[in-house]
Design a protein around this ligand. Structure first.
Ligand code: 5GP
Length: 196
């Protein structure tokens, strides 16, 4: 017995969530962020700020120059270019949250998650799927933020990303938000009771 650690006293978990765009991941992550002991890794990005977004709450908005300096300084746990813009997870930021004993959510794309897997970063990797491709298309069209060509681009990327789903620890279909939240919370909870 002495070899067993009391697992829920360990430092916070890293929870990586990836999903093709239009899957409803933003809503899921927003709800998770309301949790008391949950921290959210605010990423750095070079993409423009959308209406309602705030620096330091949604992203740390950077210029390409600042981002590239960050790469040179080795500031990022992972980084990737998504739809022409740079996105990266700030190492120091994640470490600070973990040091506070919080579980940390990383909302990152498939390329970023794969970098972490390759580096052997100890995290819980969750992939969210849309109920089906038609539903994904419907959700993308409903957002009314993208042109037809962009939707097509997002759809074909989504198909490629979905092929990576089996590399994750958990795959879940985001059909109903309440059920998705219930399952993710259950996953986080059970990860804490793992012996290793
Ligand atoms: P959006 O621009 O819609 O906020 O995000 C676009 C995509 O970039 C999403 O799939 C999101 O998960 C991903 N993303 C956001 N932050 C990061 C990050 O730090 N690293 C990586 N690799 N992807 C990110």
């Amino acid at each position: 017995m002495s070899n067993y650690k009391i697992s829920n006293k360990r430092k916070g978990l890293l929870i990586v969530i990836s999903a093709p765009s239009g899957c409803g991941k933003t809503t899921v992550v927003k709800r998770l962020r309301r949790g008391q002991r949950i921290g959210y890794s605010i990423s750095a990005t070079t993409r423009g700020r959308r209406t309602g977004e705030r620096h330091g709450r949604d992203y740390f908005f950077m210029t390409v120059r600042q981002f590239k300096d960050g790469i040179k300084r080795n500031d990022f746990l992972e980084w990737a270019k998504v739809f022409g813009n740079y996105y990266g997870t700030l190492k120091g930021y994640v470490q600070r949250l973990q040091a506070q004993g919080k579980d940390v959510i990383l909302d990152i794309d498939v390329q970023g998650a794969q970098q972490l897997m390759r580096k052997g970063v100890d995290a819980t990797y969750i992939f969210m799927l849309p109920p089906n491709v038609m539903e994904l298309k419907r959700r993308l069209m409903k957002r009314r933020t993208d042109t037809r060509a962009t939707i097509q681009k997002r759809l074909s990327l989504a198909k490629k990303e979905m092929a990576c789903a089996p590399r994750y620890d958990y795959i879940m279909v985001n059909k109903k938000i309440a059920e998705t939240m219930r399952v993710i919370k259950m996953i986080i909870q059970s990860e804490k009771y793992k012996t290793k």
